[in-house]
Design a protein around this ligand. Structure first.
Ligand SMILES: [Mg+2]
Length: 225
């Protein structure tokens, strides 16, 4: 059962969140608790960071896809956060579902151009992304790479054999991101994007909650690594 109002609940059940939350939590309490949880993980230079893209790095467009660069807008504080992560994590990879491709709304080339521009702007800000992985498939194609399936994680491990999933963090804004991370044995961080005060209690797949990526970056103190 859940408490809280129905409107906030509907907001949570958006396109990729196919599991109905059974209970809701107050995120203000959760975020304070999450600082402690993340601090205890012992994140260091042999760790890998997996980032979802839309709703984590850039603003999601509800009911549409980011098909070109002028539709891509960084969430505030993300460039600085990635710069900080770059001095801490050994690998930083993006794993993103982009079914707009197989819906015919954009091409592989369009997406590749967006990744190039992201890479350029992130590097200009002093950060880095080591690789971008994406799934172009529709749900009904039954691929192995559309999150929550773990294919993109396995692909990353193949390319970066030093990835240790037990020393990896997945940051996303969907339950499917959390299921992807847990499916590989990672730590998971759920970003709420200030959507509401109450969030689903999915402690089976969510380890920590923050409002946005910069809140997670702020917990990590790069000087100490
Ligand atoms: Mg997302």
């Amino acid at each position: 059962m859940f408490s809280g109002n129905l409107n906030s609940l509907y907001y949570l059940i958006d396109c990729d969140t196919n599991k109905f939350p059974t209970e809701q939590l107050n995120v203000n309490n959760m975020q304070a608790e999450s600082v402690k949880i993340v601090s205890n993980w012992g994140i260091g230079k042999d760790w890998t960071l997996f980032l979802d893209r839309d709703g984590v790095i850039n603003q999601r467009i509800i009911d549409h896809y980011v098909c070109k660069w002028d539709e891509f807008h960084y969430i505030e504080g993300v460039l600085q956060a990635i710069r900080k992560f770059s001095s801490i994590f050994r690998n930083i990879v993006v794993v993103t579902n982009q079914r707009g491709i197989n819906r015919g709304l954009m091409t592989h080339q369009d997406l590749s151009e967006i990744f190039d521009k992201m890479r350029q702007s992130i590097e200009k800000a002093g950060g880095r992304i080591d690789q971008f992985y994406y799934c172009p498939h529709l749900v009904e194609e039954g691929c192995n790479c559309r999150k929550p399936k773990i294919g993109m994680g396995l692909q990353a491990k193949k390319e970066f054999p030093n990835i240790d999933f037990k020393k990896s963090v997945m940051v996303g804004d969907m339950i499917t991101d959390m299921e992807f991370g847990k499916g590989l044995g990672m730590k998971t961080i759920y970003l709420t994007n200030h959507r509401n005060t109450y969030y689903p209690n999915r402690s089976d797949v969510i380890d920590a909650y923050f409002s946005q990526l910069s809140d997670f970056a702020n917990v990590l103190m790069e000087d100490t690594w």
